[in-house]
Write a protein that binds this ligand. Structure first.
Ligand code: 5GP
Length: 195
């Protein structure tokens, strides 16, 4: 993988996965990782949003205060960082663990929004980019409501964001429609075999 950040034949791959909240990116990725065909590691992002029940610091995210996040951003520690939902929490990819894992030959998966993806593609033009989308907007809304983790206000923000994210799907090299989970897992596996 060549980029301004690193070079060398032994390097791994950088894989960007985006898609609206509720498209099922996390579930599809978990299934593909469980198959164990590729040396995939998930990048752990930093965020200023509140921890959800069951989430663990350092596993799901690094949960940072806004102050700490901004200080790290000021020190240039992020490959990219954005307010994913306007006026909401900050999310960002810490550079150090990503670069270390790439050098170790891992396939590092960044599960990030479309703005973050654009930023990363500028620095890593040969990153593999994949957009996971729901079969329809209505299915997405049902899934998000069914998850029961969001307030009505947060749900409305996520749905508005989903509309604009779906419009960016063709910026990605590959697209996976997550209708039946098994099919989406097979599609993602085929993409990774050929990338
Ligand atoms: P959630 O709050 O549901 O965990 O994540 C919301 C959205 O934030 C996800 O759909 C994901 O695309 C995006 N996201 C998570 N981590 C990052 C990150 O490090 N950078 C960017 N740009 N987006 C992120």
């Amino acid at each position: 993988m060549t980029s301004p950040h690193s070079a060398g034949a032994a390097d791994g791959k950088l894989i960007i996965v985006s898609g609206p909240s509720g498209a099922g990116k996390g579930t599809v990725l978990r299934r593909v990782r469980e198959e164990g065909l590729f040396p995939l590691v998930m990048s752990v992002s930093a965020t200023t949003r509140a921890k959800r029940p069951g989430e663990e610091d350092g596993v799901d995210y690094f949960f940072l205060t806004r102050e700490d996040f901004l200080a790290r951003r000021g020190r240039g520690e992020f490959l990219e960082s954005f307010e994913v939902y306007p006026g909401g929490a900050l999310y960002g990819t810490l550079a150090e663990p990503v670069m270390r894992q790439l050098k170790a030959g891992k396939w590092v998966v960044l599960e990030i929004d479309v703005k973050g993806a654009r930023q990363v593609r500028r620095s890593f033009p040969d990153a593999v980019s994949i957009f996971v989308q729901p079969p329809s907007f209505e299915v997405l809304e049902e899934r998000l409501r069914g998850r029961g983790t969001e307030s009505e206000e947060s749900l409305a923000k996520r749905l508005a964001q989903a509309k604009s994210e779906l419009a960016s799907a063709d910026e990605y090299k590959y697209r996976v429609v997550n209708d039946r989970l098994d099919d989406a897992v097979a599609d993602l596996t085929a993409i990774l075999k050929n990338c």
